[in-house]
Ligand binder design. Sequence first.
Ligand SMILES: Cc1ncc(COP(=O)(O)O)c(C=O)c1O
Length: 421
Amino acid sequence: MPTTVDVFAKVRGHEREAILRTARELDVLPYFRRLESPAAPIVEMEGAERIMLGSNNYLGLTGDPRVSEGARDALERYGTGLTGSRLLNGTIELHLELERELAEWMDTEAAIVFTTGHQANLGALGTLLAPGDTVVADSGDHASILDGIILSRAKLRPFRHNRMDKLERALERAAGDGGGVLVVVDGLFSMEGDVAPLPEIADLCERFGARLMVDEAHALGVLGARGAGTAELFGVEDRVDLRMGTFSKSLASCGGVIAGSEEVVDYLRISARAFLFTAAAVPAAVGATLAAVRIARSAEGPELFARVLDNAAYLHAGLADLGFRVVAPTRLPDGTEVVTPIVPVVVGDDEKAAFLWRALYDAGVYVNVALHPAVPPSGALLRTSVMATHTVPVLDRALAAFADVKRAFEAAHGPLPGPAT
Ligand SMILES: Cc1ncc(COP(=O)(O)O)c(C=O)c1O
């Protein structure tokens, strides 16, 4: 007898459909907007010039001529695509050079390059964890981490974002689960812009005999004296077992990496399905990444890291002065504070966030909007992010737009969340 259930029924009448329809009708949908130029500090978007505060191009390298040349040279030498997986016919010399340079930069024995960062997380977690193991993950971890965990069928014990007491409790429970234990955190959280307290996390992992993996997607090329990420920033590189990075942010390209011991990386090379059963990245992406890594590792790197962090501190201070609720900077063990390039403005209400986004867009500023489930319920954010190549006059123009939009919005709808008390 044929089934009466249409497997596609779920695409009709789902809970987000009405919200989506209304947002489209009011033209306040902040997603899938069309970019008509490279992701520079000022972009062309849907027929108008806008200040780009919604890109992960932290070092501003997507339009750098040396990175373009890296892409062009690779394209000319190896063609447009590799048409197969790294295992069979997709490995070129550039992959091997890139893996060597990334391992050196991240100070690990070895590194393995995937086609995307999402696949790097899927490949590492889905392969190293197995049913019977336990994975302890921060509730703010990126979706690709969760996807890798789901794939592995290991037991998940989530803990409240950056709460060390909750991590400790989860590790106590995990110790009784009977399998291996892995803690996975984002080094720099992609929506909140805050940093995981890695020394405390490493202490807890050591106490409970758990392995530690850190997703450095937003921190690679930004944090630490060498730009190697949060593990370097905190001086705990030798206490983190595995580090993941992506090429789609500071490194101005597309792809991902897992860096760690030779033993684990070699195992991933022959076992990670997200590595073995997908095509290698196109040569242009690998060539661009290699050129960007070389810039980050040259004498110019620290200048770029300083510039992006200065811009972040400037925007953070400006938004706080205007009375917006911004996420507090992270205090480091040496007493200094770090404001990361991700500077979110807390709005709370989804609808308000969408209307504010539209007002800023009309005022010539593009920001990202994070709504539930990307953030906790009632935790809507306007996620702003800066590049090393933003200038102070451009940031001042953006801040003036924020001031105007806030004034008009509050006159009509009442106060927005103010500074956290
Ligand atoms: C924290 C984090 N991890 C992993 C990824 C996935 O990386 P990719 O974009 O290279 O697939 C992202 C990208 O959004 C991210 O923000």
